[in-house]
Design a protein around this ligand. Sequence first.
Ligand code: SF4
Length: 391
Amino acid sequence: MKAHFLRRITRRDFLKYTADLCFKLGLSSIFLYSCKPDASITETPTPVKKSSMDRTPTPTKKPSIDVTTTPVRTPGITGSDFEPAYVKLHRTGELKERAEELWAIMESCQLCPRRCGVNRLEGKSGFCGAPGATLVVAAAHPHFGEERPLVGNGGSGTIFLTHCNLRCVFCQNWEISQLGRGIKRTSDELAGMMLGLQEIGCHNINLVTPTHYSALILKALDIAAATGLRLPIVYNTSGWERLEILKLLDGIVDIYLPDFKYWDSDMSAKYSSGADSYPEITREAILEMHRQVGVAKPTEDGIMQRGLMIRHLVMPNNTGGSEKIMEWIAENLPEDTYVNIMAQYNPVHKAYDYPEISRRITGEEYEEVVKRAIELGLTNLDIQGYWWLQR
Ligand code: SF4
């Protein structure tokens, strides 16, 4: 009886059981850090050009199944016909080429609007603080606090990337984004994390603050796609993205999840380390994201697989220019554009140095923004902030 029971435990059951146990013990990130690409069901991964700092050996195990033709069972995906955008580009080899194009840009880094021009391939760091061409990851685990269509039952497979090019004074993740908390990882290891999140039933791969690591992410994605990754990619960004870089992500990202933080360039310069171009660049970036992926529409099960999901954090004393932002969205994007009006502003990090943003928002401040968005005809609003304010 006992032997029969043991034979029925599949690898997936084992991973799920281990993950549950790890979460109960608060060790979810450790569990996922230890996940590696499963070569037992793969074709040979596309060889990746090595950087001097990428020391993980290229996997060489022979494939037993050709994943380019064999359907891959994906626990987090309910619709069997879904195929994420990047799989096609992986098959044609273009995903690898795009990764190499982004990689070359790091030689005089222009990956974000700071355009530092430092040679990251020689290990130099620019404003964001990323250590050369090396990836740093703070955590990877199923996240149940993201937007409901991303969370579903299995959670959003969130990977928190260390460092940031904006460095907002009120950043709630400042230890990760500004102090650099995290562990150096290779693209192979990042691919392993993606596959681990898929294995335990997450609905997507949610890359938080990906901009300065875009080249390494695409390398990892190419490896993971060869190894059976079939979850949609969520590009969870500040919104401050160069058009030229976004065009290289066309056909790779399934869901864009940009912030739209500020309307006024004086505000973005003051609270986000001199980034006075934030409003203008973010407006252009959001239009490009919409052109690429369109309006976000969930499946019948309520899970989002593709589209644009905008986040706007309401700040005290209308610091972000919330109503102007709603007006711009209503004038420039379809009325059913997904807009999450967020109420969870919390004065952390250096926010107490600025009296006007040193408190949480009031219910009235939140309500005014929601009312204006409704008046403007926006029909796809996520207004969970009411719940947040009652906590
Ligand atoms: S990604 Fe970092 S190094 Fe590159 S331009 Fe932006 S801030 Fe500078």
